[in-house]
Design a protein around this ligand. Sequence first.
Ligand code: MTE
Ligand code: HPA
Ligand code: MOS
Length: 774
Amino acid sequence: MSIGQNIPHDSSRGHVTGGSVFIDDRALTQKEVFVLPIGVPAAAGTLKKVDTEAAIKAPGILAAFTAKDLHHNMWGTIVPEQPILVDQKIGYYDEPAVILVGTSMDALLRAKPFVKFEIEKAPAILTIDEAIEKQQFIYKANAFVCGNVDDALKKSPHRLQGFFECGGQEHFYMESQACIAYPLEDGQVEIHSSSQHPSETQHVVAEALGLQLHEVVCIVKRMGGGFGGKESQAAPFAAMAALVAQKMQRPARLCLSKDDDMVMTGKRHPFKNFYEIGFDNEGHILGLKAQLYADGGAYADLSSSILDRAMFHIDGAYYLPNAHIEGFVVRTNMHSNTAFRGFGGPQGTMTIESLIEDIAKHLNIDALTVRERNCYGQEKNNVTHYGQKLDHNPLPELFTRLKNDSDYFKRREEIEKFNSLNNGKVRGLSMTATKFGIAFTARFLNQGNSLVNVHKDGTVQVSTGATEMGQGVNTKIQQIVAHAFGIPAPDVKVMATSTEKNHNTSPTAASSGSDINGSAALKASLEIKKRLAWLFQNIIAGTPMNDIAECPPVDEKLLRLEDFDFNHGQVKHLPSGQTLPWADLVKKAYLNRMSLGEYAHFKTEGLGFDKARSMGTPFSYFTNGVALSEVQLDTWTGEYKVLRTDILMDLGRPLNPGIDRGQVTGAFVQGMGWVTSEKLFYNKDGRLLSHSPTTYKIPNIQDTPRVFNIEFIENHENRQNVHRSKAVGEPPFLLGISVWTALKDALKYKTSKIPNIKSPATPEELLMELARYE
Ligand code: MTE
Ligand code: HPA
Ligand code: MOS
């Protein structure tokens, strides 16, 4: 029933009425205190001394804590090398060093200027170039090698060489990093956090406080957006709140202001990617040699995994017969960059999409023709540069269909006519693709567990490790469980995520939240279903009620689950036609002392990647899509509009097409913001200047495409995932790139050379490029 239906998001009513509870909406409890982290006013050097004496004397201030108050001051998901509070060595400007505790936020903000830092400054490294020059590396990846690239480049009739640069991106979730820590008995702590990764938060808190994991519980009801920014970086703030709770034995609330959040937390990784690409007269790519440099910022965080994903996505949707891809994460004195929707994928794919535009200009061929010539095939040219074979590759169909449905070549002619008017405006058109690998590239993370509890009235509570951040994972899990039991979706509630119910969970990330946790919930539900079917079979056979024997491990000979239809709140034994209302069967099971709760563990099958050789199957499947964007650029001001965007995606059999449409819309607009207006500005000391919506420009409603069409193709073949659905959260982010390539296309009409712009293509960036043509 409810699979594939547009049932509303489980928080939709709450979000519009204000009923949804976020961390800072939680009622104040007795003796609760407020916590304010304060950052250092330098990007590099040594923190000699922190003077909090005057601040502590201010009205409403209760205490101040520094690094030495922590039992353990290091954290890091992959490499534990990042201090929770600066001890001596400073990593970046505004890095938290002191936490001030007070009776109100007002009191804290008044006292903040009294905290004094004594710092011995050192020169800061603020760019990728400087870091390369000073050989500051956090991680060097094993190269990805396929074919013989040197040979291919040598034989190529055409070669282009250069570099591609893209900037970072602020997550701009509506709810900043937020956490409340409650001290419990025996030194235990309960954390309510806005975190994509409750288990990691539990872990970092426990370590910081000198507790064992079973002494800490982390609960996540929901986030007001995460977008990757709360995968790792929610944890240190939780540790700060927990430290206060432990030291003062009072509940402690730490909710960052937007400005503090923006300066203290990491962002999307800027990349600088050097390339040499060889191609023939028709634009077929013969070889790609690339070195990717990601700005990791001050600490490792998830950077190595993010770089890996960029290297996996350097092919975009295009077959590379010969490739040699190297990757490096450099260390700078920037905030520690972190996961952000796409997780390096966008930075990889954008490089080749930009190169395709360049090849097209170089050869004077339409860029879409170049894309179609290089697109991964179905029977041939269907193996990636890391050796994964594409299964049921829909990319050729997506390109062809969108080209036809959107009148690509007719519109190209119209654009050429419009551009020849030379009226101070120039239009551009570009189609790009996403082929996003689904699975955590760290294999061990591809597991999850679930707890399904059926209550006596037949209603159900489900708990998994998935965290709800707006993406609709709760609603999808609700649908999966309701469908399994054949009951209405409102009879299933997905409960707050808690490490007490689901242990050792993976972050809700890599777009695989509903894949993994939905599959685990389905597995647990099927076990309960088997027990109920067994009971029903006994009832039909006339077995006396009361203590019907335990359900044996289900054996085809004893029980055929297919004989029972769970639907419309009824359970029907198909061979006999007998039915029982679901709730009655549940009650009978209870009276017969049968378990109505189940726990299940799920792991994604079929993954295997050999890191040493950079070859194998890192992904379970791919989510694909294409987007065509048309832009109009004012050549006097550099301002532009997105006139129209058409998106065509393959989401398998969507669990909830409405929610998926929301994901595609939001991801596209967020991706478009990254490549157009979201420029981060720093001063020469490495201080972030664009730390609020007044100086950091995310897209608003007028910036979205004037005409915006989103469609899905039919695909019933994705047998790798629950109910043949496909993950949707990140893949459409990459389609925002089409706006940037369309702007680059528009510039082509103004120059005989290959346009050379960075991302984001702000009006300033475009105007400066146009100025070079005159
Ligand atoms: N959608 C909303 N509304 N808010 C978010 O924070 N995060 C994105 C995506 N969609 C996000 C979102 C990111 S980065 C990921 S990895 C996925 O959702 C995670 O959820 P899923 O795995 O359940 O799709
Ligand atoms: N994607 C997103 N988040 C992650 C990944 C990944 O591949 N690996 C670890 N965290
Ligand atoms: Mo998403 S960047 O994998 O949290």
